[in-house]
Write a protein that binds this ligand. Structure first.
Ligand code: GUN
Length: 294
């Protein structure tokens, strides 16, 4: 029976550590870290994510601001806002919540963000630094998974790690981080995706499986090997007859995998809360990097 990789408990611990550091800054008479979020449109999941980020800021003692635009906002207007956030000395980091409406060029928006304030780690400069093992801001979900492995002392060196999904936010950075030198890392990584044939041939040989697919209950117990570490990044809203009208489902069939795995993340309470905590961590890191350069 697997041990639970409890992201909720660890995220609370990390937020408590950040809160302590913010209190130390206050005691030294320094300004508090400030995170800004830009939200475009009315996407329910995006609104929920952004609101929870603002709430997390209050919890750890950061300042925060939320800049909302209607779906019809122009690319030019958004670029102006980004330029203002880049120039604002009180803002240590900011995010532009994705996805953006189709009339806005996402690449152009990401490229406009000052890499030093890119607490999502999406800017090519930060992504490149990550791949080259230089100090940088890591994307929050992969950073959260690395921290979950590290704080639970899970061995990664020489292990076969299979990542499912090659998104720029999760799968691809995850594959790079797990193959980097050091700990957690030094793994032999296979990045699988929609064109991979016979995916179970890979997952059955994996010591660590990281799924970021968005396909509820995709990974079944017969697809993994005994003692595997299972990390579930999927969070899909599945309609049901509950009061909310939906529930959150991961990529992993927890029941059948739990019996074979050595470690497994639950959904909810696994990777999700870690992602939120790591955005706070990145904001503090951006603040610290700026203080060092001032
Ligand atoms: N949309 C889904 N996940 C994320 C994220 O981590 N950051 C941003 N900015 N948008 C997202």
């Amino acid at each position: 029976m697997a041990q639970i990789l409890n992201g909720l408990t660890l995220s609370r611990q990390i937020k408590a550590e950040i809160k302590e550091q913010v209190a130390l800054l206050a005691a030294e008479g320094k300004k508090k870290p400030h995170l800004a979020a830009v939200l475009v449109g009315e996407n329910g999941a995006s609104k929920a994510y952004v609101n929870s980020k603002v709430k997390d800021c209050a919890e750890v003692g950061f300042g925060s601001s939320l800049i909302k635009y209607p779906e019809t906002v122009s690319e030019e207007e958004l670029l102006k806002t980004i330029a203002a956030l880049n120039a604002d000395p009180d803002v240590d980091g900011f995010i532009v919540q994705l996805p953006l409406p189709r009339h806005i060029d996402q690449e152009k928006i990401i490229m406009a963000i000052d890499p030093a304030k890119d607490v999502d780690g999406f800017h090519p400069e930060n992504f490149g630094k990550m791949a080259l093992e230089m100090e940088t801001l890591l994307p929050a979900t992969p950073f959260g998974i690395m921290t979950l492995l590290e704080r639970n002392n899970i061995e990664t060196q020489g292990k076969n790690c299979v990542v499912i999904g090659r998104s720029r936010i999760v799968g691809r950075p995850m594959s790079i981080l797990m193959s980097r030198k050091g700990y957690p890392g030094n793994a032999t990584v296979t990045l699988t995706h929609s064109y991979t044939k016979d995916i179970e041939e890979y997952t059955q040989k994996a010591d660590i499986v990281i799924t970021a697919l968005g396909d509820p209950l995709f990974l079944k117990g017969d697809m993994i090997k005994e003692g595997a570490v299972i990390i579930d990044v999927g969070i899909t809203r599945v309609d049901d007859h509950s009061e909310k009208g939906y529930h959150l489902a991961g990529d992993v069939d927890f029941k059948s995998c739990e019996e074979k795995a050595s470690w497994i993340t639950p959904v909810p309470g696994g990777v999700g809360p870690m992602t939120r905590a790591m955005l706070m961590k990145n904001t503090l890191l951006a603040y610290e990097m700026k203080s060092r350069n001032d």
